[in-house]
Design a protein around this ligand. Sequence first.
Ligand SMILES: [Zn+2]
Length: 232
Amino acid sequence: MSILQTKRNLQFDWEKYWPDLSPLYLSFLELERDPYYSFLPEEELEDYLKKAIHIGEQTAKRYTDMNHLDFFNDVLKEDIRIRLLDQHPEQSTIRAQYHKKKQTIFIYKNSMREIGQFISKEIGDIPQIDIIALHAYHEWFHHLEETTIGRTDLKFRPVVIKQRGPFLVKRSLLRLREIAAHSFTQTALGLSWSPLLLDQFRYLLTKGYSNAQIRECFQDTKRTYYAIINKK
Ligand SMILES: [Zn+2]
């Protein structure tokens, strides 16, 4: 069987190797980074997170039985190109990008390398195609947002950031799109772990955290989350 006819290489058990955190809490960390997060009423937090995760899961249903070959054929059928570039020209932390006008998914090799090295340290080498798929599925979700399902953030009530006379100034939370894209990727690829973990690990490892400290940090996240939710 060709490596294109499977997608099992990424379906390992994350918590056997590293501290784990479930998609709900990881999505909370993601939404917290939205510039307008502080304007979201606390009693709406959980609904926002669960709905964004659900949108990703629902959209992924069509893809769960596909192998890489089926998926990449689907991408080609819609005339979307995938290009691998060394790194994003301005922001080296960007892993990949969907460019609507150019009909192209750009995947940055520095991100592929980083993920490959991280996983290979504990688990062993992962075929490049799996790492490309991990990035491509995420960007494919953004493509679907632009072409068929609509932007995730626009499916939510925008937050009110200020009142100008009789007018309310409202903004949508763009990070909801990221939460849905990660949830889509996780479900489509059949992963037991959220790809958001890779971003969290990158962030905490560059701060010099050990596995034990990361575990502690994840416990803190859960405590913070419940403190907010229980204020209701
Ligand atoms: Zn994204």
